[in-house]
Ligand binder design. Structure first.
Ligand SMILES: [Zn+2]
Length: 254
């Protein structure tokens, strides 16, 4: 039984056992494919490589949506495609490497660290390859150089760690203007026209109406947070998220 499910013609999504993390595969001509955020456990990456081989798909290019450990993973079995990310994401991955490795080792141990976070800067509007057009929407919400991928042919928007149905907006609380950055990120995503499906980095695939609902929920979260009073968001279900929420409140009050 495969893990990859086709959500639109030539667009496959797998969901990890870790935090409902999604991996997206975009199929191009001749079985060449674009791989976005492959994850998360060593076993899942091996399974993904096996499943791609079964489907005669070969990754020729990859994209990491943002510089967090669970989005910069790789396995030798996936081949040696260039793994691109936005310039700011690549820069952070270099300076924060030790902490990112620690995150991977504690939650998904055993990855080949020679391949971990080995990203190449791509400063472009689209991912260079001969498959379906893959437009980049780059902003600094949640993490510097956060790059969503929009596939206009199918209307699929891969948002990285934005627009989740299971996680609150997670602010980059070391940034100077975490709120402004987050609002800018949401605005850039909201401005993408023709979205038919949203694929969040963690959570479930949603349709166009669900995409709009999540944008509104995330803006609403920021609006309420800005008042600086504690409140409940229905997505606040786990301790680590409550901690993040508390950190956001502290950030507002600073
Ligand atoms: Zn993240």
């Amino acid at each position: 039984m495969g893990r990859l499910a086709e959500i639109a013609p030539g667009v496959l999504v797998a969901t990890s056992s870790f935090a409902l993390t999604t991996t997206t595969v975009v199929v191009g001509p001749g079985g060449r494919c674009l791989l976005i955020d492959p994850g998360v456990t060593v076993g899942e990456l091996a399974g993904l490589a096996g499943e791609l081989a079964e489907r005669s798909l070969v990754p020729v290019v990859a994209w990491s949506t943002h510089p967090h450990w669970d989005h910069v993973l790789w396995s030798r079995a996936l081949g040696d495609a260039p793994r691109y990310a936005a310039p700011a994401a690549v820069a952070i991955t270099e300076t924060e490497r030790a902490g990112m490795v620690e995150g991977a080792e504690s939650s998904a141990p055993g990855h080949d660290l020679e391949l971990f976070g080995r990203l190449v800067t791509l400063d472009a509007q689209v991912i260079p390859w001969d498959g379906p057009v893959a437009k980049l929407i780059v902003h600094d919400a949640h993490a510097p150089g956060h790059g969503a991928v929009f596939l206009p042919d199918t209307g699929v928007l891969v948002t990285g760690d934005m627009c989740s149905d299971v996680e609150i907006p997670l602010l980059d609380t070391v940034a100077k203007d975490a709120f402004g950055d987050y609002r800018t990120g949401l605005a850039r995503l909201a401005a993408v026209s023709g979205v038919r499906q949203v694929v969040p980095g963690h959570g479930h695939v949603g349709d166009a109406a669900e995409f709009r609902r999540r944008l509104a929920a995330d803006s609403g979260y920021l609006d309420t947070l800005a008042l600086g009073r504690p409140f409940d968001d229905p997505r606040l279900t786990e301790d680590w998220m409550r901690d993040a929420h508390e950190a956001h409140l502290e950030y507002v009050q600073r």
